[in-house]
Design a protein around this ligand. Structure first.
Ligand code: AHR
Length: 316
């Protein structure tokens, strides 16, 4: 299968929902902090529509209390199931208990929670620690023993990707004394904060003293690229840039030499989630607690212009 058919298949391969046209599912989305998040929302709506599911969508605008209220409302309405992308990892036990007591299966999308796994049906996520490790290993190989002072843009504080991507990156560079994280701060997964925080890193350290940026998502990296440019430096050359998501703009930056690597996170979490749910509701088939999506490394060696052309119309 070529790149185009692989990407399209992962986003639009749709199987009919195996239960009935009457199924109602509540989806509590975090918000729209990143291009990746926008794509996940688009794809989830497409996947539900293709299966004839009545999807009730609630945008939490980055607030856990809004997600808890949305879940409570879904439970009161008696939905058949709930999808949730949890903004942070902790604080979910009570509401998940309420869903369980109401016999409503909950599926986690793209982020994990610190709660007993008997409180949800399954979690569809990537291996978030592995993503950080791939990013770190890319830098280890790229630097080949040269001294490198790294700045890190973390995702939303307390979110599982921020925690796990940091952990994985640190594991990968551990034991490589030439590599040192000199600044690390949250950029909240947004372009605007990525730029603001990178500006502060450049001011505090001096651009010439920063060798690489590790950003927990591409949107922050794209914001930071602008900050590096405005500081009179060449992103991707003077400061190496590695991030996660593989959104279209990251492929463009890779194609232009302004970024060096990104690890792909599929926005199609809903497809596997709804397939698992269909089997569960129709036949009682209990899915594994973790349905893992693939993580793929893209570098300048790939045909990023071609991938950009394919991805740009997919809802990012
Ligand atoms: O949970 C997945 C992360 O959330 C994505 O990497 C990031 O872009 C998003 O906001």
């Amino acid at each position: 299968m070529n790149i185009k058919s692989t990407l399209l298949a992962s986003v639009v391969a749709l199987a009919p929902f195996a239960v009935s046209a009457e199924v109602t599912i509540g989806f509590s989305q975090i918000g729209s902090e990143s291009g990746w998040r926008a794509a996940e929302t688009t794809v989830t709506k497409q996947q539900a529509e293709a299966r004839g599911i009545n999807l009730k969508f609630a945008d939490a605008q980055q607030k856990q209390e809004n997600q808890i209220s949305a879940l409570r409302s879904f439970i009161a309405q008696g939905v058949d199931a709930i999808l949730i992308a949890p903004v942070v990892a902790t604080g979910w036990d009570e509401i998940l208990e309420e869903a369980k007591d109401a016999d409503i299966p909950v599926i986690l999308l793209d982020r994990t929670v610190d709660a007993s796994d008997d409180l949800y049906l399954t979690a569809v996520t990537s291996d978030l620690v592995h993503e950080g490790m791939v990013a770190g290993q890319w830098l280890v190989d790229d630097q080949a023993g040269a001294d490198c002072r790294i700045v890190e843009l973390q995702g939303t504080t307390g979110s599982s990707p921020a925690i796990d991507r940091k952990k994985g990156f640190e594991q990968a560079i551990a034991g490589h004394d030439n590599l040192e994280i000199v600044r690390s701060q949250t950029g909240d997964f947004t372009r605007s904060q990525g730029k603001v925080v990178m500006e502060s890193f450049l001011k505090a350290e001096g651009g010439e003293n920063i060798c690489a940026l590790y950003a927990h998502n591409d949107d922050m990296a794209v914001g930071a690229i602008q900050a590096v440019r405005e500081a009179g430096l060449k992103p991707g050359v003077d400061i190496k840039i590695v991030a996660i998501d593989a959104v279209p703009d990251a492929h463009l930056a890779l194609a232009n030499g302004e970024m060096n690597a990104t690890i792909e996170l599929t926005p199609n979490m809903a497809g596997p989630a709804l397939d698992a749910l269909a089997s569960y509701l129709a036949y009682g088939t209990v899915p594994p607690k973790w349905i893992q999506t693939e993580s793929r490394l893209y570098t300048a060696a790939d045909d990023n212009q071609a991938v950009y052309e394919i991805k740009k119309g997919l809802g990012y």
